[in-house]
Write a protein that binds this ligand. Structure first.
Ligand code: AMP
Ligand code: ZN
Ligand code: FE
Ligand code: FE
Length: 301
C-alpha cells in the first residue's frame, strides 16, 4: 500500500492539472493520493473522477496557510466540507490576501528595477485559484530575471529578501477548530521545515493535539531522517498519526517526485478512521441546528 498524502495541482502552484496529477500517481504505483492545493478545494472533483477512472484511492485535502506566534505554518485539512460557511470564509480571506499581496510584491520588484506586470503573473498562473509567490517566481523566470523558482525565492521572495511581503494567514488554533467544524481532520504539514521548527516545540504540539490536531507530517523532503524520527516519536507520544508525502508540485519543485515519501498503511488507516469520526461528529453538530443533512465528502478507495 503506497499512499502520498500531500500534492499540488495547477489549481494552486503545481504544474499538472488534477487529472494529470492523479494519472501520474497511478503511473508511479501509488494506491492512494491526496490533492492538497493551497487554500482551495477547486481541484477535487476532477481529481476524484480521475481516481475512480484509473482505480486508485483519492483523499481530498487543502493546505491552509496558518500562523503561529508570527511564523507561517501549513496545515493539511483532510475530508473537510469546503462549503462549510466558517471554513469557506477563511479560505476566501486567504485567497483575497493572496490577491492583495501580489501588487505589493510587484511594487517592491519595481523598486529593485525589475518591472513585471500583474498580467505576466496571471498568465503563468493559468487556472490557479490560489496565486502565490511561486507564480511570481515563474514570471521572473519567463522575464529572464532568474534561472528558476529557487533563485527567485533565495534572492527575492523568501522572508528577509527584498521583495518578500507578509500576508494574512489563519491563526493555527482557529484553523484546527474550523477544520473540525467542517468535518475534517488536521495534520501539520512539514512541521520542522523552514520557520516551523522554532515555534512547533513538543509543548506547542502537545497543546495543538489537545485542541484537536490529528497528525504530523513526518516524512518529507524538507525534513531530515533525524527530523522524521523525532516527529514519529512525538506523534507516538501524543497519539497522533504520522504521515509521509512528496509535496509534489510537478515541474514547480525539484526533488519532490510523487511517492518519494509515503504514509505507512497502518497510519493511513488511522487517518481514515479519524476522518470518518470527524465527519460524523460534525454532521451531528450540524443536525442540531439544521434539518438538512450536510453533503458528505466521499473518500474513494
Ligand atoms: P505562498 O503561498 O505564496 O506564500 O508561497 C508558498 C509556497 O512557495 C510554498 O508552499 C512552496 O510551494 C513555495 N516555496 C517556498 N519557498 C520556496 C523556495 N525556497 N523555493 C521554491 N519554492 C518555494
Ligand atoms: Zn506550494
Ligand atoms: Fe507547505
Ligand atoms: Fe505543499
Amino acid at each position: 500500500m503506497r499512499a502520498d498524502l500531500h500534492t499540488h495541482s495547477h489549481r494552486s502552484d503545481g504544474s499538472d492539472s488534477p487529472a494529470e496529477l492523479v494519472r501520474a500517481a497511478a503511473a508511479a504505483h501509488l494506491d492512494v493520493v491526496a490533492l492538497t492545493d493551497h487554500d482551495s478545494a477547486v481541484g477535487w472533483p476532477e481529481a476524484a473522477a480521475t481516481a475512480r477512472e484509473v482505480g486508485i484511492g483519492f483523499v481530498p485535502g487543502i493546505e491552509i496557510s496558518c500562523s503561529l506566534r508570527g511564523v507561517g505554518v501549513h496545515l493539511l485539512a483532510y475530508g473537510v466540507d469546503p462549503t462549510h460557511p466558517g471554513l469557506a470564509a477563511e479560505l476566501m480571506r486567504g485567497l483575497e490576501s493572496r490577491g492583495q499581496r501580489l501588487p505589493a510584491i510587484l511594487a517592491r520588484l519595481k523598486e529593485l528595477g525589475i518591472d513585471i506586470g500583474a498580467e505576466a503573473v496571471r498568465a503563468v498562473a493559468g487556472p490557479a485559484a490560489a496565486l502565490g509567490r511561486p507564480h511570481v517566481a515563474d514570471a521572473l523566470v519567463a522575464a529572464g530575471e532568474v534561472a528558476d523558482r529557487s533563485e527567485a525565492f533565495d534572492r527575492l521572495l523568501s522572508p528577509g529578501r527584498p521583495a518578500y511581503v507578509l500576508r494574512r494567514a489563519a491563526p493555527l488554533r482557529e484553523a484546527i477548530a474550523l477544520v473540525a467544524a467542517a468535518g475534517g481532520v488536521s495534520v501539520l504539514a512539514h512541521p520542522f521545515a523552514r520557520g516551523g521548527r522554532r515555534v512547533l516545540t513538543p509543548d506547542a504540539v502537545r497543546a495543538l493535539a489537545a485542541d484537536g490536531l490529528t497528525g504530523l507530517e513526518a516524512w518529507h523532503q524538507d525534513q531530515s531522517a533525524a527530523d522524521a524520527r523525532r516527529l514519529v516519536a512525538l506523534a507516538d507520544d501524543l497519539d497522533l498519526v504520522a504521515t509521509g508525502s512528496s509535496d509534489y508540485h510537478g515541474t514547480g519543485k525539484l526533488d519532490h517526485d510523487l511517492g518519494c515519501h509515503t504514509t505507512p498503511a497502518a497510519q493511513l488507516d488511522r487517518l481514515l478512521v479519524a476522518m470518518a469520526a470527524a465527519a460524523t461528529a460534525a454532521s451531528r453538530a450540524d443536525q442540531a441546528v439544521m434539518p438538512e443533512p450536510p453533503v458528505g465528502i466521499a473518500v474513494v478507495r
